[in-house]
Design a protein around this ligand. Structure first.
Ligand SMILES: [Zn+2]
Length: 414
């Protein structure tokens, strides 16, 4: 399908493709459940150092960002390591960023070596919202990724209701390094041109197909990934891989000698990347049915080897999970960790106490490609993907075949 930005022609084509594939594989009740999604268009995106010397920068607009005027914005750059640094700077001098382009520069570390993805995302998601009210003209954010190449990392940004809306773009790590070096030597002026613009809300859909349970067909175990992607690459690892894992896991279960007691429901969610409309829409539309959800699995960590699962459910589930974990050891996926929300798309089911399971995968190179133009099909590791699908199939079968549902009381924290 190519890129599948929510509400785009590629996204609509993927919804049709998903239904056709699930029908071809023999799934029951194949359908598309419509949801309203945010829509946005990228357009041109260029940036250039104007002084001390001309130099092109690799940038990419952040999802949801407004554009610049056609002639762009040319202004001095002021570096802030973090959102907290911005707060302190404007406390000391209310004009610290007025008339300037704010450059958020803290680097994302590879796992365990420092602030990781989650710690740095707020600079991307709310940097523009925080800098705008202090008179900043635009925001550049160091890519929240580990690529050392000149690939800029997109992702959504949000404005405060009623607040100023200033353009926001990510700059590749290599170019962020350049800006830091130049800024260490003296004043730097940059020109940014962004043609992006938010579009009116559009329609997409969660694609669903089922394998009916043998004894309790009205009770459900969800296996899922998200169908939408960013638009720079083809969204092969985020989250084409997760969709493939979900579909293949369900297909393996259907092929087995015995069907589990409960229904396996594959859900390919809409619009995870910019608003979570699919995940929220599923939880709302199926609210009455959530007490009959014995589990919800999500795969949204790329194509790496399976390591195990995070899980949130009543403690009474632990012995059954421990028994299955032994079976997962040969796949390398035998480590189960209690806690977590399973994944973004299934997390809206948490308040209803639905047991949530997140597939944990090897992510050593995931953030080299994630949300960049380098997220393309050649990155797919087929053997790991097979093992990931087998792991999800085994644990989902076990949960779908348990005598009872181990819902987490909604008051309990995950
Ligand atoms: Zn994803």
């Amino acid at each position: 399908m190519g890129p599948r930005l929510a509400g785009s022609p590629g996204d609509r084509a993927a919804v049709a493709w998903g239904q056709a594939l699930l029908r071809e594989l023999g799934f029951s009740k194949v359908r598309a459940e419509e949801v309203t999604v945010t829509a946005w268009e990228r357009g041109v995106e260029t940036a250039t150092v104007v002084s001390p010397y001309p130099q092109k920068l690799v940038v990419t607009a952040l999802g949801g960002s407004v554009g610049t005027p056609p002639e762009g914005i040319t202004a001095p750059v002021v570096e802030m390591k973090t959102l907290e640094a911005l707060e302190e700077a404007v406390k000391a001098d209310p004009d610290a960023v007025r008339g300037k382009i704010v450059f958020f520069s803290r680097r994302m570390a590879r796992s365990g070596e420092g602030p990781g993805y989650g710690a740095n995302v707020p600079m991307r998601s709310s940097g523009a919202a925080k800098a705008g009210p202090h008179g900043a003209l635009a925001v550049l954010v160091r890519s929240i990724g580990t690529s050392t190449s000149r690939f800029a990392h997109t992702g959504s940004t949000n404005y405060a209701d009623g607040g100023p809306r200033i353009p926001a773009a990510a700059v590749s790590n290599a170019d962020a390094d350049l800006l830091e070096r130049l800024l260490a030597r003296g004043p730097v002026k940059v020109k940014v041109v962004l043609g992006c613009r938010p579009l009116p809300p559009s329609t997409s859909a969660n694609v669903i197909g089922e394998i009916p349970g043998s004894e309790k067909p009205d009770e459900v175990v969800v296996i899922s990934g998200h169908l939408d992607s960013w638009d720079l690459g083809t969204g092969a690892i985020d989250d084409g891989a997760g969709c493939a894992i979900a579909i293949e896991a369900a297909r393996l279960i259907a092929e087995g000698v015995r069907r589990p007691r409960r229904t396996i429901r594959v859900v390919l969610y809409a619009n995870e990347e910019s608003g979570l409309a699919g995940g929220k829409g599923y939880a709302a539309r199926h609210a009455a049915e959530l007490p009959k959800h014995a589990g919800a699995f999500e795969a949204d960590s790329g194509t790496g080897a399976p390591l195990g699962f995070s899980w949130s459910a009543a403690d009474t589930l632990e012995p059954a999970l421990a028994a299955v974990a032994k079976l997962l050891e040969p796949l390398g996926a035998g480590t189960l960790r209690k806690g977590g929300a399973g994944g973004a798309d299934v997390s809206p089911m948490a308040p209803a106490g639905v047991p949530l399971f997140g597939l944990r995968q090897e992510t050593g190179r995931y953030f080299d490609f994630h949300h960049t133009a380098d997220d393309t099909f050649d990155k797919i590791e087929s053997p790991s993907l097979d093992r990931a699908a087998a792991s999800v199939a085994a644990l989902a079968f076990a949960v779908a075949d348990l005598p009872g549902i181990h819902a987490l009381p909604s008051s309990e924290s995950r």
